[in-house]
Design a protein around this ligand. Structure first.
Ligand code: CAA
Length: 444
């Protein structure tokens, strides 16, 4: 018996209502030229969570929006898998708080037969949640909700500060999906690294910026190579002479800590895929041969030379064309939100969908990255049902948010408990009692 396709049926994004522009007051106060942030990093605005928002309320709002859009009944939901690195508790699963909130809308006990787990693996958590949901659906027919929900927070005045953001993306995962059927091949890579981490009790991430960029691209290339090898073994792609795997992908979506990073990732992955083809010989004629590790005194100088080579490749006409066609539009929304960690890859998918760029029958590639570090590369085929799925109106919605000033932003960043917006029509954190238990409610 052939297995029915399994994948993403619908997607819903929830973003905080508040944002701060990276230009103007913010850039001035940090002594940074605005063009560095808008062009060099690629972030124009960062979503800022209000005092009554956390990863649990963002996740609950994303699920509520998804369930309403797709008319999902709670009793049909078998799993709620939440990827997050912004845990609200060291033991209690974030999904139990989320179910508590959802039951305020759907009735007590309405989710009691649904199981939930929190998956922590930095920004790759939601992808591992998706992979697990797909495995569950290969055994049992049902509905799974996969969520990536996070608050990206770095120290004030640190280089990570202008890559912050917040938001949640909820995916409805099922058999015979309307949006994207995921191919049953994942290419993975994992290695112990100190690129980015957040020790217990700390509210901001410790990050080694340059090293984190290197880890991201090397893990992504390895995961892509593993995917290509496995996909070939499984007969997923048939390549003509002179063709490579990425030629058969209409789009490549990468994890987006900041939009320029998607460009660095694309450059490294195209370089890996084009190597050995005529087009790569042309590139070598233009920018020289690739650096060889043996020619460098140490690993660090080789990695730097390798990084510089990918940057030179990213300036070639062939790369610019491929990037504009296949990657550029995946960062549309991230430019206006900043990093939302686990949800960022799926925000890239939303960017394509909201811009009407998902064409039925076309295959897309997805590269997920989590610091620490792991990467997974996989692919999916856009389904005909995408044409019947209404868009969320996210791009227009970004213009209806409230801009806050530097003092307001810094107060929220440093843990102010005073909301700037009075909660309305949303789940909200109402308080934390003396034992640490969090009280949430729906504020009509
Ligand atoms: N106009 C235009 N561009 C300018 C400019 C100007 N006036 N001034 C500088 N730039 C460009 C630089 O040339 C550079 O671009 P190129 O790479 O093309 O040369 C770009 O702006 C960035 O400049 P820097 O390298 O000087 O950046 P930085 O030192 O400020 O740090 C960062 C950037 C490392 C990403 C830092 O913001 C950071 O640590 N962020 C958090 C960590 C992170 O996001 N890492 C990504 C990989 S890890 C991951 O993906 C997991 C995750 O979600 C965290």
């Amino acid at each position: 018996m052939t297995q029915p396709p399994i994948g993403i049926d619908d997607i819903h994004v929830h973003l905080p209502d508040l944002f701060i522009s990276t230009t103007g007051e913010f850039a001035r106060s940090r002594g940074v030229v605005p063009a560095k942030l808008t062009r060099g990093i690629g972030i124009e605005r960062m979503a800022v969570p209000d005092a009554h928002e956390d990863a649990a309320t963002l996740a609950a709002m994303a699920i509520l929006g998804l369930m309403k859009r797709s008319r999902v009944h709670p009793e049909d939901v078998g799993k709620i898998y939440i990827g997050t690195e912004s845990a609200v508790d060291e033991a209690k699963a974030i999904g139990t708080y989320v179910i508590g909130m959802l039951e305020k809308a759907y009735g007590e006990g309405s989710f009691q037969e649904c199981s939930t787990v929190e998956l922590k693996s930095a920004c790759i958590g939601a992808t591992i949640a998706l992979e697990n949901a797909i495995h569950w659906l290969s055994c049992e027919d049902g509905l799974a909700l996969v969520v990536g929900s996070d608050i990206a927070r770095y120290k004030l005045r640190s280089p990570g500060e202008y890559t912050q953001g917040a938001g949640a993306v909820a995916l409805l995962v099922k058999r015979e999906p309307r949006l994207l059927a995921i191919d049953p091949v994942f290419g993975g890579f994992t290695r112990d690294e100190d690129d980015f981490y957040r020790p217990i009790g700390m509210h901001t991430a410790v990050v080694n910026g340059r090293h984190s960029n290197f880890c991201y691209v090397s893990a992504m290339v390895e995961a892509f190579a593993a995917f290509r090898r496995r996909a070939k073994d499984r007969g997923l792609f048939e390549l003509a002479n002179g063709e490579c795997l990425t030629d058969q992908l209409s789009h490549l979506i990468f994890h987006i800590p900041y939009p320029r990073m998607a460009e660095y990732a694309a450059s490294a992955v195209f370089r890996e895929d084009w190597r050995g083809l005529d087009r790569f010989s042309n590139i070598q004629n233009e920018i020289g041969d690739e650096p060889r590790e043996a020619d460098y005194p140490d690993k660090d100088s080789f990695l730097q030379a390798n990084w510089e080579y990918s940057k030179r490749l990213a300036k070639t006409a062939l790369f610019r064309k491929s990037f504009e066609e296949k990657v550029a539009e995946t960062t549309l929304i991230s430019r206006q939100t900043g990093n939302i960690y686990t949800g960022s890859l799926y925000l890239g998918l939303s960017s394509l969908r909201e811009a009407g760029r998902l064409a039925p029958g076309r295959r897309i590639g997805m590269g997920s990255y989590g610091s620490g570090c792991s990467a997974l590369f996989f692919s999916g085929t856009v389904q005909p049902g995408v044409l019947d799925l209404p868009i969320q109106g996210l791009i227009e919605g970004l213009e209806n948010r409230r801009e806050i000033d530097l003092l307001e932003y810094e107060a929220l960043h440093e843990g102010s408990r005073t909301s700037l917006n009075t909660p309305k029509g949303e789940f909200a954190l109402l308080g934390i009692d003396e034992t640490g238990y969090r009280r949430y409610g729906y504020v009509p």
